[in-house]
Design a protein around this ligand. Structure first.
Ligand SMILES: *Cc1c(COP(=O)(O)O)cnc(C)c1O
Length: 416
């Protein structure tokens, strides 16, 4: 017998929970892709996307997942002899670097391991050495804002400061696939030249759309790239003269309806409120984990809360208990936890001692507290020891924040 009826919570770090409003917006007949309402809608989607990214630059939309945006971003800066510097803080950093190698771009890697953030001073040092190497300078520093495997949150503003301190001309390119509309991100203020994102995480839309935002400085680099495959070229997409150019062909009609609705939801709540809701929900998860860890093997992968993402949390139990817990929760409670990814320690080569909680997008306290209750039920059922007071600690975080006077920008969103 399973109790897992009712609404499931897919608590993995993408795809995230899709709001009913988004699903309902997508449930309609196909529109005319040559003129009319769809075209008008896209004209409005572009500025709204840019406001979520906090940029006045351009955006190219791709019918692709995040990997597609990774490739698109790199293809547009692949000048002859291009090299990128990747300060990696987990599996996703290595993945983007791998993609660069596949495009013939040289990769300099600084590996910060699986539980530490980028150290900007090491980046500065490497860039200074690069400038005195006599070679053409590194084209771009590419980095994850949040590495979804480790749940490390990197300080992108400090990374830009390091590039500037070295007096280096490199572009700053940032992967915000996990973090956009979850963790605060300020593309223009932080001096980011290229940012990649995807639809299925903080943007609450099914997988299948991705975005490359780019600055004037990045456009200038693009102008020196001898060839960009026409499909990945951001130029026609980011400055479309004809409607079909936005998408290099047929528009992803239904994803666009979903995206339109999701952008409306974000605007109704207010981006500042969206970020602070994510922070509160994340803090409640960490409070529970902290208490559980007092009396058992559970530990948060990232020790310092200031270095943890508000979108995803990686946790370790050891042995195969991450796997056992995930299977138990999915079978018995309707909560699907994320797999451990890229933690690959000698004792845990498949990361089965780890699991991740995705807490991005369309979430509220009852979902988070229900998920935490499910996890604690799993500990109990599986005889995994844990400290007491976890749920109470999570509740205290929620209650404390909810006691504060309600913000006026909130839309009082119901969960449908
Ligand atoms: C999810 C994710 C990706 C990969 O996105 P896909 O849509 O699975 O291709 C890349 N980087 C980060 C940080 C992610 O969270």
């Amino acid at each position: 017998m399973t109790l897992a009826q009712g609404r499931p919570y897919l608590a993995i770090p993408g795809p995230s929970v899709m709001p009913d409003r988004v699903l309902q917006a997508m449930h309609r007949p196909a529109p005319n892709i040559y003129e009319g309402a769809l075209e008008e809608m896209v004209e409005g989607v572009i500025p709204d996307l840019k406001s979520v990214a906090r940029t006045s630059g351009r955006v190219a939309i791709y019918i692709a997942n995040g990997h597609g945006a990774w490739e698109a971003a790199l293809a547009n800066i692949a000048v002859d002899g291009a090299r990128v510097l990747m300060p990696a803080t987990g599996r996703f950093g290595h993945g983007w670097a791998e993609m660069a190698r596949g495009l013939g771009i040289g990769v300099e890697m600084i590996d910060f391991g699986r539980a530490a953030p980028i150290d900007p001073s090491r980046v500065e040092e490497t860039l200074r050495a690069d400038l005195s190497s006599g070679r053409a300078p590194i084209t771009a520093v590419i980095a994850s804002h949040v590495d979804t495997s480790t749940s490390i949150l990197n300080d992108i503003k400090a990374l830009r400061a390091a590039i500037d301190a070295a007096g280096h001309p490199a572009l700053l390119m940032v992967d915000c696939i996990a973090s956009l509309a979850c963790d605060r991100f300020e593309m223009d203020d932080w001096g980011v030249d290229v940012m990649v994102a995807a639809s299925q995480k903080g943007l609450m839309v099914p997988p299948g759309l991705s975005f490359v935002f780019y600055s004037g400085k990045a456009e200038a680099v693009r102008a020196d790239v001898p060839r960009v495959s026409h499909y990945w070229d951001w130029t026609p997409r980011g400055a479309a003269q004809m409607f079909y150019q936005y998408f290099g062909g047929t528009a992803p009609t239904h994803h666009l309806y979903g995206l339109r609705e999701a952008l409306d939801m974000l605007a109704e709540e207010g981006l500042e409120n969206v970020w602070s809701r994510h922070r509160t929900l994340a803090r409640s998860i960490w409070a529970a984990a902290q208490a559980w860890g007092q009396g058992g093997p559970l530990h948060l992968n990232v020790a310092d809360p200031a270095l943890r993402s508000s979108a995803v949390t990686a946790l370790g139990l050891g042995g195969k208990d991450g796997l056992r817990l995930r299977k138990w929760c999915e079978a018995n409670t309707g909560v699907t936890l994320g797999i451990g990814l890229g933690m690959d320690t000698p004792e845990d080569p498949n990361s089965e001692g780890f699991f991740r909680i995705g807490h991005m997008g369309h979430l509220n306290p009852h979902m988070i507290l229900g998920m935490l209750g499910s996890v604690q039920s799993g500990f109990t059922a599986l005889d995994i020891p844990f400290g007491t007071g976890g749920l109470e600690a999570a509740i205290a975080v929620i209650a404390e924040v909810a006691k504060a006077p309600a913000s006026s920008a909130g839309g009082g969103q119901c969960c449908g």
